[in-house]
Design a protein around this ligand. Structure first.
Ligand SMILES: NC(=O)c1ccc[n+]([C@@H]2O[C@H](COP(=O)([O-])OP(=O)(O)OC[C@H]3O[C@@H](n4cnc5c(N)ncnc54)[C@H](OP(=O)(O)O)[C@@H]3O)[C@@H](O)[C@H]2O)c1
Length: 254
């Protein structure tokens, strides 16, 4: 597919450039500074992609980039959620603008665009309940309003999925494009974290579920490269089992 990658200079964005190329996609990188992206990628990788400069807070630029480059799909990794519950970042404004641009481009092409967004573990549901994990550990709350926006879209306007990783760590600072992915596979699950370890502790009044969330959290640490690979692999087909849902992931080898 031809993929518009918004936020290609970020931790995940850089790994996505490599993963998308490995999986045979064409990459249109949307960044604030092409010089910065060029300085972060090996020349052999930079020469394989098309770069568009712009501000992701401008929906018209996102729409134009999609239509001018004739993109089939979009991945948004731009913006970084604030950690404390009272924290504010640019992420909600970026998210809203990218979503608007994607939706408008879909109207013009008469076909909704396949789009991956990023959130965090906290928007997944505590298994067996309708309650988000972030109700029990209230951090990175900005992802919740982003998910509300996706859920409020009229049907068939954006073919979205929302990846919800825990902490992502780098395997390497080198960005290279192997012919075949060399990263451990992630297992995915819609709406709730896969392979959750439940515990009797959840019945402890007031703090029980928070304790179980805290005990589980480190099990959901994955690598940036694995997450990039997960998205790039999903985009190999137009139909996705993850359409219209949040997606929890875990390292299958753990
Ligand atoms: N890292 C983790 O462990 C983790 C875990 C769970 C979820 N997440 C979520 O995953 C997403 C990606 O995380 P990350 O660690 O890759 O973030 P990051 O390294 O901070 O990257 C953020 C990217 O957003 C770009 N950006 C910011 N404002 C922009 C704008 N107005 N227009 C265009 N680009 C803009 C930045 O570009 P510049 O280079 O120009 O600043 C950068 O490329 C975030 O939503 C984060 O909350 C991260």
């Amino acid at each position: 597919m031809k993929v518009l990658l918004v936020g290609a200079t970020g931790n995940l964005g850089l790994r996505l450039v490599a993963a998308l190329l490995t999986h045979g996609h064409s990459v249109i990188a949307f960044v604030r500074s092409s010089n910065k992206l060029e300085s972060l990628l090996p020349a052999s990788v930079y020469s394989q992609i098309t770069v568009i400069q712009g501000d992701a807070k401008d929906p018209a630029s996102i729409k134009r980039a999609i239509l001018d480059a004739n993109c089939d799909a979009v991945v948004n990794t731009a913006g970084l959620a604030a950690l404390p519950p009272w924290g504010k970042s640019d992420l909600p404004a970026i998210f809203r603008a990218v979503l608007d641009g994607v939706r408008q481009a879909g109207v013009d092409r008469k076909k909704p665009l396949r789009t991956w967004f990023l959130a965090g573990l906290g928007v997944l549901h505590y298994p067996g309940s309708e309650s988000m994990l972030s109700n029990h550990i209230p951090i990175y709350l900005e992802h919740r309003q982003n998910l509300r926006l996706l859920r409020s879209l009229p049907p068939d306007t954006v073919d979205w999925s929302m990846l919800c990783p825990g902490t992502m760590t780098p395997e390497s600072s080198d960005i290279n494009v192997p012919a075949k992915s060399q990263h451990g596979k992630l297992l995915g699950n819609a709406t709730t974290p896969p392979s959750w370890h439940d515990s009797w502790m959840k019945y402890i009044p007031l703090i029980g579920k928070s304790l179980v969330c805290a005990i589980n959290a480190s099990r959901y640490t994955t690598t940036l490269e694995q997450n990039a690979d997960f998205i790039a692999s999903d985009l190999e087909t137009y139909e996705s089992r993850w359409s219209g849902t949040t997606v929890g992931i875990i390292d299958g080898s753990k």
